[in-house]
Every structure is written in structure tokens, then in C-alpha cells.
Design a protein around this ligand. Structure first.
Ligand SMILES: *Cc1c(COP(=O)(O)O)cnc(C)c1O
Length: 351
């Protein structure tokens, strides 16, 4: 606490990201991709003309937006880019959710959403998940000031099919519905094809997980031209150049290599299914996952103790100390070797 902080800053509860350890650990705690980015990314990095860094980047990031537009079969005017999807989300909260009416979201979802509510003074209405730990789409009301959820959801890993999102959008027409697709490439179904039919749908995505570029900080939103223009208005009132020219070139190189992208996500999915089977054999209940992580709890062993036992043996996973999630561990999917090490330690700890 400092006397120099404004009253609003005193009241904030900042988001706490997963630890980035300094020691060499098997890192299964922040849903990073275990495989390297596309080879073309490295090639651009080697050859990038350093003199370009003298100049400001394109404030519109048009080349990157065009590359994303090609990838998703939309127009560049329907694409917004930001410095990580967290930034895109923050700008979207300001552009669309600062209302008198509450913003509705699942009770268990990406824990950054409540942080943004606090930052912007938005009232939050939390909706319980259904009996199977799935986002209850029927719980969203037409009276809200907006709706947001991750699909697949974090950290529960379940994803709804596109048709279910369409059914929700038939009902919610007066508010923005934001679908955060950070994990959709690991087996989910993207809602992007719905943006033509529903001008209030905004879909966000990231290069951090399925494109192995968490360190680069690139995220995006896809939606109707009016929503994208709303985001641009906020962006241009905050930071004209969120995407540096190098990040833009590297992001484009990543989008150009579909083969590498597909190979990496398929490997992650295969390893996930193998891991789920082995965790189940060890007595874990594992929630069905369409993401690059699983949420699991053991019938006899306390999650906090398992977390400590893993950590002592060089493996880092995520444990959330909240009422709803205390019993679970969230485990990112690493390489087969990393998951073998995890299972070996669990064999010791869960005897
Ligand atoms: C990781 C994650 C993000 C943030 O991704 P960045 O692009 O790295 O900022 C957004 N939403 C969810 C649900 C995530 O898990």
C-alpha cells in the first residue's frame, strides 16, 4: 500500500499468472506448448533487417490482420490484433462491457475476467457450471450487459460445439457475447463462422498455446466490422502500436506453416489421450478435455499435497486455492517424455 496510489489502484486484485521458475523443472503449469514454433519463424528471426526497428510499426498491423483473415476466411476489417489476447480482452471489456447491467460469466472460468471487472468497475454475475462441470449456456440471461466465457473453458477443459453457441446467440441479441478460444485448436470447434450471422459475437484467439509463441505476445479478435471498430477506438485511445514489427513478421511466418501447426496440435492431442488413460489407471478422475491441459482429482490424495510432492521432484503443475477447485490439479500437456516423468512420480505419490 502506498499513499501515492489512486483509490482505484488500492482496490485492485491483480491476476497472478502461473510461476515461471528459474530452476530447470518440467513445466506443466501454464499451458505452454512443448514443441518449438514453426521453422519459418526462426528463419524470419535470423534474417530480419534490424534497420526496420528504427521505424514505428504499422499502427493498423494490416499485414498480420490480412494473414489472420486468410486463415479464418474473413476480411481484414473483421480482425483485430493485440499484444497477447489478454490485452485484446482488456480492450474488449472497456469497449463493450462497461455498462450498468452486470457482465455474466461462468463461476469457474479464466480468472482474469473478474480482474478486468474490478479494473473497469463492472459488476459481475457468476453462473454455476452444470453437473458435469460444463459451462451452462442456458444460464445466460437476456438482461445482462454482456456475456463472456472460454470455449473450451479454463480450467475445466470442456468445449461446446458451434451449434450450441449459435443457439445462445439466437437468444442473446442485445449484448456482446465474447467467446475466448485460447484452446480451441486442441479439439474444439471454432465459433468464427458464426460472425456473419451474429454482429454481437466476438471471438478471441491467441498465438500463445497452439502456435508455441507465448513469449511473443500475439492475440486477436474476430467479429463484425462494428465490433472491430469499437476495439480500434479503444486501442487508439490507449496505445497506437501494440504489435511491434518483428512480432508481426514472426506471427505471419507462423500462420504460413499449416503443416507444422497441425502436426504439433495432433501430437499434443495424442499425448493428452494417453495421459488421461494413465491418470485414470492411477485413480484420478479426469474431466474430459478438448484443451492442452487436463483438470484431475484423486479419490484418495489431497491435491495440495500432490502439488508439493511433484514440485519436490522437479515437476510443476497448477493448483488453484479456491473452494471449487481446491481438490483438483491442472496439468498442461507436455511431451511424451515429460508426461512419463509425471506418471512415474504419481505412481510413487499415489500408492
Ligand atoms: C492463456 C489464455 C489467454 C491469454 O493468452 P495470451 O494471448 O497469452 O495473453 C486468454 N484466455 C485464456 C482462457 C487463456 O487460457
Amino acid at each position: 500500500m502506498s499513499q501515492f496510489w489512486s483509490p482505484a489502484v488500492r482496490e485492485l486484485t491483480p491476476y497472478v499468472p502461473g510461476e515461471q521458475p528459474r530452476e530447470k523443472l518440467i513445466k506443466l503449469n501454464t499451458n505452454e506448448n512443448p514443441y518449438p514454433p514453426a521453422p519459418g519463424v526462426e528463419a524470419v528471426l535470423r534474417e530480419y533487417p534490424v534497420d526496420h526497428l528504427r521505424l514505428y510499426p504499422d499502427p493498423q498491423s494490416l499485414a498480420l490482420r490480412q494473414a489472420l483473415a486468410r486463415e479464418y476466411g474473413v476480411e481484414a476489417e473483421q480482425v483485430f490484433v493485440g499484444n497477447g489476447s489478454d490485452e485484446v480482452l482488456a480492450l474488449a471489456f472497456q469497449a463493450f462491457f462497461c455498462h450498468d447491467r452486470p457482465l455474466e460469466m461462468p463461476e469457474i472460468t479464466y480468472s482474469f475476467y473478474p480482474v478486468y471487472c474490478k479494473l473497469y468497475g463492472i459488476e459481475r454475475r457468476a453462473l454455476p457450471l452444470d453437473q458435469q462441470w460444463r459451462v451452462d449456456l442456458d444460464a445466460f440471461t437476456t438482461e445482462s450487459g454482456g456475456a463472456i466465457f472460454a470455449n473450451p473453458n479454463a480450467p475445466t477443459a470442456h468445449g461446446h460445439p458451434r451449434e450450441a453457441i449459435a443457439t445462445l446467440l439466437e437468444r442473446l441479441t442485445d449484448q456482446v457475447v465474447l467467446v475466448d478460444e485460447a484452446y480451441v485448436d486442441f479439439g474444439g470447434e471454432s465459433a468464427v463462422p458464426l460472425i456473419e450471422r451474429y454482429p454481437n459475437l466476438l471471438v478471441t484467439g491467441t498465438f500463445s498455446k497452439s502456435r508455441s509463441l507465448a513469449g511473443l505476445r500475439l492475440g486477436y479478435a474476430i467479429g463484425s466490422r462494428e465490433l472491430i471498430e469499437g476495439l480500434e477506438r479503444v486501442k487508439d485511445s490507449f496505445n497506437s502500436y501494440p504489435i511491434d514489427s518483428l512480432a508481426s513478421a514472426l506471427g505471419i511466418a507462423s500462420l504460413e506453416d499449416r503443416e507444422h501447426f497441425d502436426a504439433c496440435r495432433e501430437r499434443v492431442i495424442t499425448t493428452r489421450e494417453r495421459t488421461v488413460r494413465r491418470l485414470a489407471e492411477l485413480g484420478f478422475e479426469v474431466l474430459p478435455s478438448q484443451a492442452n491441459f487436463v483438470l484431475a482429482r484423486h479419490s484418495r490424495h489431497d491435491a495440495a499435497q500432490l502439488f508439493v510432492g511433484l514440485r519436490e521432484r522437479g515437476i510443476l503443475v497448477r493448483h488453484f486455492n479456491t473452494d471449487a477447485l481446491r481438490g483438483f490439479l491442472r496439468i498442461s500437456i507436455g511431451t511424451d517424455d515429460e508426461m512419463d516423468s509425471l506418471i512415474e512420480v504419481f505412481e510413487l505419490l499415489c500408492r
